[in-house]
Design a protein around this ligand. Structure first.
Ligand code: ATP
Ligand code: MG
Length: 620
């Protein structure tokens, strides 16, 4: 077997992949892939839908662990040295992973901070990138108002905040119009001119041919061919005569006529009025012969010419099938050609830039973790502020409960209340607990949305503290809960509720309820990481929360319940929290249920924080 030729054997390859296997259940996404990407080059990974391109990129970007084989990025193992690998790479995934609620500038600032840039440096880089990617005018608009091309550019800019040594671009131009596609192509060429190594996946065969020095064609998780665009085309051999008929109805007759020219079988082209014919002999002579045959048969032609095989032809040759089931083989429009030297390689002059060093040594790990958690918390709080309707609905629902219970059930419940306690005084602390319990599903929904939109993938591909994503989510929900609790108390005062024990007791009441909500947030984060999908997470959340809240002392004293239910309700952490909150609200002392409640909250946190972090790390 002949070893693959390397540009410079002494240099570490930017990417080296050996025998890589990845399965998803019965699906084999990667079935033993070997490849090598030389530093400072553009490498094209070409394949139809489901070939395994995204899976390979995700393994290289440390988002997925392979089942077998190994992969290195600049000599660092993507599994065992994932943290170091994340420092070197930039990832622009298949679907733009930008935060829709934040503006373009805020997105870049957030990612810059999470990359470990100091605030002023993040600002400077963000402004420069917005300018470079033609987004300066839209910089302060929410990203949800951006067009597809603008989102893609913002996504790409987010990957370049730290000048990665290698950039993975997963189908960077799919779905873009010709102009946006040209812009992305121009950026790719600029980047490689600056010394960045690029690995790009594409279904556009012409795109790989235009941009990449080396191309690997994969199908069903296997490499089926590799080489330069020209080498791959040479495998099909010679040239191709392409005939464009004036009318598609004449295609069958034209096929028969051209078969007589003696150059093999004419093949139907991509369009119904096209035919192609291999051209193994002198092209001009073949054109003359073909034209004469067609003219004699009275077949009119709108175009007749020779062309080099495209990579579509290569794909047809290699797999016996067109490259994809959704027309992905169609060629993107021509873009300005890069300058090529005699070997067909890109002749852009390369300047090697230093990589921006990010994270400080591990002595400063803790401060980096705090910064990361704060940046993510601030981002989630911004979402909350920008969507005031969420705050309104979050408050209306418990208010409805208060009014319904006070005025509908209040009369019936009064008899079972402790002496001298009004129903509104009894109910409000319970409603506070109910509102944080129901709100906890929002933690699951928010996280599930981030997962669905690819924002979490971006976070996970960055050299940031991994638990910060989860901590940022639960902390923001804690802040939001406290705000909602205060609002609820204000409304409670309007309908006759009052704290009997003074300000400190009131603060303690809010604190125990908020602490319980914080513990629940972690349970729901775990739900989101496990069930996947915002709707599923919400549904799963309600199934658990509804019986817990109703079978508790939130709305009525548990003494009025049947014995079997009372046993359950008395032991429930919802009851313990409601009782503690009620005791703080209505008396002057420390609640009797405080110890048990604190044990529950502590236990839930001790169990679910590590579970969430474990799940987050092992996500696929
Ligand atoms: N998380 C997953 N769970 C289950 N199957 C998966 C998962 N990710 C990928 N697959 C499967 O693995 C195979 C390869 O998928 P992959 O996304 O890598 O293909 P692709 O080449 O990127 O395709 P496309 O061009 O459509 O993006 C497909 O059959 C896909 O259904
Ligand atoms: Mg893909």
């Amino acid at each position: 077997m002949v070893a693959p030729v390397r540009a410079d054997p002494s240099a570490t390859a930017a990417v080296r992949v050996e025998g890589l296997v990845k399965r998803f259940g019965a699906t084999v996404a990667l079935a033993g892939v070997d490849l090598e990407v030389a530093q400072g080059t553009v490498f094209g990974l070409l394949g139809p839908n489901g070939a395994g391109k995204t899976t390979l990129v995700r393994v290289l970007a440390t988002l997925l662990e392979p089942d077998a084989g190994r992969a290195e990025v600049f000599g660092r193992d993507v599994v065992n040295e994932a943290v170091a690998v994340r420092e070197l790479l930039g990832l622009t995934g298949q679907f733009a992973a930008v935060d829709e609620i934040l503006s373009g500038r805020e997105n870049l600032l957030m990612f810059g901070r999470l990359f470990g840039l100091p605030r002023h440096e993040a600002r400077r880089r963000a402004a420069a990138l917005l300018e470079r990617f033609d987004l300066a005018d839209a910089a302060d608009r929410p990203a949800k108002t951006y067009s597809g091309g603008m989102r893609r550019r913002l996504d790409l800019a987010s990957s370049l905040l730290t000048r990665p040594r290698i950039l993975f671009l997963d189908e960077p131009t799919t779905g873009l119009d010709p102009r946006s596609r040209n812009e992305i192509w121009a950026i790719v060429r600029e980047l490689v001119g600056e010394g960045t190594t690029l690995l790009l996946t594409t279904q556009y065969l012409e795109e790989a041919d235009q941009l990449a020095e080396q191309i690997v064609v994969i199908d069903h998780g296997r490499v089926i061919a590799q080489g330069t665009g020209n080498e791959l085309k040479d495998r099909v051999g010679g040239q191709i005569l392409e005939v464009q008929l004036t009318s598609a109805t004449q295609r069958e007759r034209a096929q028969a006529v051209l078969a007589e020219v003696g150059c093999g079988d004419p093949e139907p082209g991509q369009r119904s009025d096209q035919l192609t014919l291999p051209a193994p002999r002198d092209g001009l002579e073949l054109i003359e012969d073909a034209a004469a045959h067609l003219r004699r048969a009275g077949i009119s032609v709108s175009d007749l010419g020779l062309r080099r095989p495209t990579l579509d032809d290569v794909f047809l040759q290699l797999t016996g099938a067109p490259p994809s089931e959704d027309g992905a083989g169609s060629k993107p429009p021509a873009a300005p050609q890069p300058k090529r030297d005699a070997d067909g390689r890109s002749a852009i002059v390369r300047r090697h830039r230093p990589v921006l060093r990010l994270r400080a040594p591990s002595s400063q790990k803790l401060s980096a973790a705090v910064t990361d958690a704060w940046v993510v918390t601030a981002r989630n709080l911004r979402h909350f502020i920008r969507q005031p309707q969420l705050l309104i609905f979050s408050t209306i629902q418990p208010v409805m409960f208060v009014l319904l219970f006070v005025y509908v059930f209040g009369g019936a419940v009064r008899g079972s209340l402790p002496r001298g306690v009004t129903y509104v005084d009894f109910l409000l602390p319970g409603i506070l607990v109910q509102s944080v319990a129901f709100r906890a599903t929002q933690t699951a929904i928010g996280l599930a949305e981030d997962l669905e939109r690819g924002v979490v993938d971006r976070f996970r591909s960055m050299p940031m503290t991994r638990s910060a994503v989860l901590l940022g989510r639960t902390l923001a929900d804690l802040v939001r809960n406290v705000l909602i609790l205060v609002l609820m108390i204000v409304i409670g005062y309007l309908i006759g509720f009052s704290f009997h024990g003074g300000a400190l007791q009131a603060i303690a009441c809010v604190a125990v309820v908020a602490a319980f909500g914080f513990a629940l947030s972690w349970i729901f984060a775990f739900v989101a990481l496990t069930v996947r999908g915002a709707e599923a997470a919400q549904a799963a959340g309600f199934v658990a929360i509804f019986p817990l809240v109703f079978a508790s002392s939130v709305f009525v004293p548990v003494g009025s319940m049947p014995g079997w239910l009372r046993t359950f309700a008395e032991a429930s952490p919802v009851t313990l929290t409601a009782d503690a909150a009620r005791s703080y609200a209505l008396s002057h002392g420390v609640p009797g249920s405080l110890g048990e409640m604190a044990a529950w909250i502590g236990g839930l946190l001790v169990l679910f924080i590590p579970l969430c972090v474990w799940r987050y790390r092992r996500m696929s």
